[in-house]
Design a protein around this ligand. Structure first.
Ligand code: 4AD
Ligand code: MG
Length: 479
């Protein structure tokens, strides 16, 4: 059988070449009145209508035009008389490439996102997920373009690591030992010296420490890869496997770091808006529908496009942790004990309810908090002269909370070693990290952008499991 060259639906819908013969290959979304096939090939969320009549297809063939079936149709491109479409295909030849039946779960009716999550292997064939993953793609491309155009080097940092970058200790162990009969040391512990790598290894929580090594040579690098956290956070903002973008720049201070982060976020959001207009329009309407099910006071004031534009047009509000604590202490929800975690004193870790209060209620725009207490931040952040705070940044977004976390790094060897000792981080295991401070150390800064949180924001979806193709979360590793 000769394969005919197909034209993508996206191109056909923009074509005015009436009278030419075209071939469309795709999947049937609906088949109405024994005549109108809505075909989607994934190139756009929009379908093309193909019109068949009994002369070209017998009844047994028409019966096979069920939702989900793969088809190839060839026919004349004609101007459409129907509403909502300019063109359609008058079918001369129809072929069923792959049958589907009534057990196909993606039938043309409203499905809940929970239902679709259970069918994540098929949910790509819905408009919502077509739009979400198109936007995800556009954002990934824009991130690479942003950094490439600035001369950054894309660095692939390891996924299997022997270090715990954040000192957080919530990692997935990687081992090739036999669990039922692991080798033991004389004192009875599992002997990881006999494991594959000759030591304990884990899935990485961050590529930052390795990125810092490369930044001390290339000047500007970024990573963009999967990271893993074994924290048992069953929330709409956490995944056990998520993608992170981590730029690291030599000679940058905290202000440079904030400027880079703000510029990156605005650039990629604009790219998505410019290149995924149909998808974002669709997602905006989806969100409006979802919001209708919520009580009035929980609905957002801005729709999705307005929210994205607002983010592009306004400077992010920059303030210190100390200033934020004052605002929170005096806030209504704090005084009326509406917060789950009441802010009593300086030093408290901010919970997502506090972050969202600052962004959504107080400033009503994205916020960059800086200079956090050193006790609640990682060992590698540069210490301020007050002896209490470190040069950290967190960027907080409406509806999301923390989207970026980063810092200027501690480049002074003696400060770094002292802090590591205080935090019981073994300096001997991290000798390679400390070497950057021994040989030509320089001020530098970087941050981590959670990719799925960015996709959440731009798509207006509300659960992080709906913006990654196959989510990994506690008790969830299907597909
Ligand atoms: O704030 P985090 O933990 O920072 C780091 O890992 C640093 N090493 C980054 C750096 O300075 N190079 O994580 C960075 C971002 C968060 O702001 C959040 O957007 C995202 O990663 N993130 C998660 N996203 C989904 N699920 C999780 N469990 C996440 N944990 C963090
Ligand atoms: Mg953080």
């Amino acid at each position: 059988m000769e394969s005919i060259k197909r034209t993508k639906v996206k191109d056909l819908l923009q074509s005015t070449a009436y009278g030419t013969e075209v071939t469309v290959k795709g999947w049937v979304r609906t088949f109405r009145n024994n005549q109108f096939i809505a075909i989607n090939d994934g190139s756009t969320i929009n379908n093309i209508q193909a019109v068949v009549d009994f002369n070209v297809a017998d009844e047994t063939l028409l019966k096979r035009l069920t939702t989900g079936a793969a088809v190839s149709v060839t026919g004349e491109l004609i101007e459409s008389l129907g509403k909502g479409q300019k063109v359609e295909v008058k079918v001369k030849h129809l072929e069923i490439l792959g049958d589907s039946d009534e057990t196909f779960p993606m039938q043309p009716k409203k499905h809940s996102l929970e239902f679709l999550r259970e069918k994540a292997h098929l949910r790509f064939r819905t408009n919502t997920f077509n739009a979400v993953f198109k936007v995800r793609h556009a954002l990934a491309y824009a991130i690479h373009k942003f950094f490439n155009d600035k001369g950054f080097v894309y660095l692939h940092t390891p996924i299997i690591t022997a270090s715990d970058a954040e000192g957080a200790g919530e990692m997935f162990r990687v081992t090739a030992l036999d669990f039922n009969n692991p080798p033991r040391t004389e004192t009875g512990e599992v002997d990881f010296k006999q494991d594959f790598f000759g030591k304990t290894t884990n899935l990485t929580v961050s590529g930052q420490l390795e990125a810092e090594l490369a930044a001390m040579a290339f000047g500007e690098v970024y990573t963009f890869g999967p990271t893993f956290r074994a924290e048992n956070s069953n929330t709409t903002r956490h995944l056990a496997e998520f993608w992170m973008i981590e730029p690291e720049v030599a000679f940058n201070d905290l202000t440079d770091n904030m400027n880079l982060a703000e510029e990156l976020l605005k650039y990629v959001i604009k790219h998505a808006m410019d290149n995924c207009a149909d998808e974002i329009e669709f997602l905006k309407n989806r969100l409006l529908e979802e919001e209708k099910t919520k009580p009035m006071d929980e609905r957002s004031e801005l729709d999705l496009t307005a929210k994205l534009n607002f983010c592009l047009e306004n400077n992010f509000e920059r303030l210190t942790y100390t200033e934020a604590i004052e605002i929170l202490k005096n806030s209504n929800p704090n005084k009326k004990k509406k917060f789950k975690y009441i802010i009593n004193e300086w030093g408290a870790d901010l919970q997502s309810e506090h972050e969202r209060y600052l962004v959504e209620k107080h400033f009503k725009k994205p916020v960059i908090l800086t200079d956090y207490p050193k006790e609640i931040k990682a060992f590698y952040m540069r210490q301020n002269d007050d002896g209490k705070t470190v040069r950290a940044i967190d960027i907080l977004f409406p509806g999301i909370g923390e989207i970026i976390g980063g810092s200027q790094r501690e480049e002074r060897l003696e400060y770094l070693e002292k802090r590591m000792a205080e935090m019981h981080i073994p300096a001997d295991e991290l000798y390679w990290y400390l070497d950057t401070r021994r040989f030509g150390t320089a001020p530098h800064a970087g941050f981590g952008l959670g990719f799925e949180r960015l996709v959440l924001f731009v798509t207006g979806m509300t659960n992080i499991r709906d913006v990654i193709p196959f989510p990994r979360a506690p008790k969830t590793a299907e597909f």
